[in-house]
Ligand binder design. Sequence first.
Ligand SMILES: Cc1cc2nc3c(=O)[nH]c(=O)nc-3n(C[C@H](O)[C@H](O)[C@H](O)COP(=O)(O)OP(=O)(O)OC[C@H]3O[C@@H](n4cnc5c(N)ncnc54)[C@H](O)[C@@H]3O)c2cc1C
Ligand SMILES: NC(=O)c1ccc[n+]([C@@H]2O[C@H](COP(=O)([O-])OP(=O)(O)OC[C@H]3O[C@@H](n4cnc5c(N)ncnc54)[C@H](O)[C@@H]3O)[C@@H](O)[C@H]2O)c1
Length: 469
Amino acid sequence: MRHFDLVIVGTGSGNSLLDPRFADWDIAIVERGTFGGTCLNVGCIPTKMYVHAADLAATPANAGRLGVDLTLDAVRWPEIRDRVFGRIDPIAAGGEQYRREHPDNAHVSVLTGTARFTGERRMAVDGAVDGADTSTEFTADRIVLAAGSRPIVPAIPGLADVPFHTSDTVMRLPSVPRRLAIVGGGFIAAEFAHVFSAFGAEVTVIARSDGLLRREDRDISLQFTKLAAQRWDVRLGRDVERVDRLAQDGDAAQDGVRLRLDDGSTVEADVLLVATGRTPNSDLLDPAAGGVALSPEGYVVVDAQQRTSADGVWALGDISSPWQLKHVANHESRVVRHNLLHPDEPIESDHRFVPHAVFTSPQVASVGLTEDEAIDRGLRYVTSTQAYAGIAYGWAMEDTTGFAKLIADPDTGLLIGAHIIGPQAATVIQPLIQAMSFGLDARSMARGQYWIHPAMPEVVENALLSLPL
Ligand SMILES: Cc1cc2nc3c(=O)[nH]c(=O)nc-3n(C[C@H](O)[C@H](O)[C@H](O)COP(=O)(O)OP(=O)(O)OC[C@H]3O[C@@H](n4cnc5c(N)ncnc54)[C@H](O)[C@@H]3O)c2cc1C
Ligand SMILES: NC(=O)c1ccc[n+]([C@@H]2O[C@H](COP(=O)([O-])OP(=O)(O)OC[C@H]3O[C@@H](n4cnc5c(N)ncnc54)[C@H](O)[C@@H]3O)[C@@H](O)[C@H]2O)c1
C-alpha cells in the first residue's frame, strides 16, 4: 500500500497550503469535483464578478435623482456569463495542470475521486477510470481535511421532481429568467436577488424568518429587509409547503415551478434557486473510521491549532469552520501550513474578529458582536449610529438609507462590534476590523489619525466620535 508524508483532501484552500518548503515531502492531494474548490469555481469569485456587473446595471435606476438621466440598453447575459467563466475555468484547469505536470510538483500526486477514512491515517479514494469504479488505498503520516461544504437541499415535498438550482448551477443559466424565486433569506439569497433583479428578472424571496439577513445586527437586518421589500417581492415568515412543475410552452426544458406557501399563497417562477445554507462535507469522509470527531452540526472538531481528535489529522475551512468564509479558510490554511512545517513551535488560529460582507445592494459588512449578542453575554456597552446622509460624500451620493453602527465597551473604549449597511460597506469597514484586531480604542482611532475629507470613511470617523465614551 502506498504511503505518503502528507495527504490533503480538497483543492480549495487545501491546495494553497503547499509551498516550496514541502519540496522534500511525498504528497497526495485528492479532489472529487472541480480543481480549485468553491470560492474559485462556484463561490466568492464568480458571484462578485456578477455583482459588479449588476451594480452597473442598477446605476441608471438611481442616477435620475442626481440629475443624470441614464438608460440601461441591454444586459448581455451570455457575454457576462462567458466572460466570468472564460476567466475562471482556465484558472481551475491551469491549477490542476500545474499540480499534475509541472516539475515543481514532481513530489505531488493528484488523485481524482472521493476520499474516505478506512482506518487511522488510512484512506481510500473512490473514483472512476474509463467508466469503471476504482478504489485506491493509502496511508499517510499526516492528513489535512479541507473538503469544504455543499448546498443544503431541504426536504420540501415535490422539490426532487422539479427543475431547481443552487449556487453551484445558477450562474451558468442560458439566459436571465423572467421570474426568479429564491428560497432562503441569507447571504446567497441577498446576493443573487440583487444580481438577477438588476439584470431584469422579477425576484421573489421566500424566507422562513421575519427578516432577511437575520444573523446581522437587528438594525441592519431591519433596514436591509425594508429596502429589499421595495425591490423584490419578499415573503417573510413563510414556509414552502410544496413545489410543483409548471409546464410552459410544451417544452420540458422551459418548465418552471409553482411554490405553495404555508399561508395558502402561491409563487410561480421560471427558475427556482434554493439558498438554504451549506453543510460540511464531513459525511463523505467516514470520519469515525479515522477517529475524527464531529460536532452535532457535522463540522470536524478542531482545536486552536486546527488539530482534529485524530493524531496527525488537521482540518481547515468550511469542513471545520462554521463561519464558512474564504478569508477564514485561508487564515486556517496558513496556520496548518506552519504547524506542519514547525511541529515544535505550533501557532493558533485567530478567530477573535472574523468579519464578513454581503455583496448585495446596499452592501452589508460586519465584524464582532451584534447588539443582541452583547446583551446575551451580559456585557456593558454603548452604541452610536452615523448615517451616510450625514457625511459629505453621502450628500454627493444622495444616500438616504446607509449607516454605520458601532458597539463599544464604555470602560475600555474598545470596539466590540461594527456593522455597516451602505455603499462600499465591505471596504469602509476595514479600518474598524484593524482597530479591533490590534486593540485600538475608539477615541484614539478617531483622533489619532487624519481622515481624508470628504471621503466615505468619514462615516466611520463620525460614528467613532459619537460614541458616548
Ligand atoms: C455562492 C457563494 C458565494 C460565496 N461568496 C463568498 C465571499 O464573497 N466571501 C467569502 O469569504 N466567502 C464566500 N463564500 C464561501 C467560500 O466560498 C467558502 O468559505 C470557501 O470556498 C471554503 O473553502 P474550503 O477550502 O474550506 O472548501 P472548498 O473550496 O469547498 O474546497 C473543498 C474541496 O474538497 C472537495 N471534496 C469534498 N469532499 C471530498 C472528498 N471526500 N474527497 C475529495 N475531495 C473532496 C470538493 O469537491 C471541493 O473542491 C461563498 C460561497 C458560495 C457558495
Ligand atoms: N459574501 C459572502 O461572504 C458569502 C456569500 C455567499 C455565501 N457565503 C457563505 O455561504 C454560506 C451559505 O449561504 P446561504 O445563503 O445558503 O446560507 P445562510 O445561512 O446565509 O442563509 C440560509 C437561509 O436559508 C433559510 N433556511 C434554512 N433552512 C431552510 C428551509 N428548510 N426552508 C426555507 N429556508 C430555510 C435560513 O433561515 C436563512 O435565511 C453562508 O453562510 C456564508 O458563510 C458567503
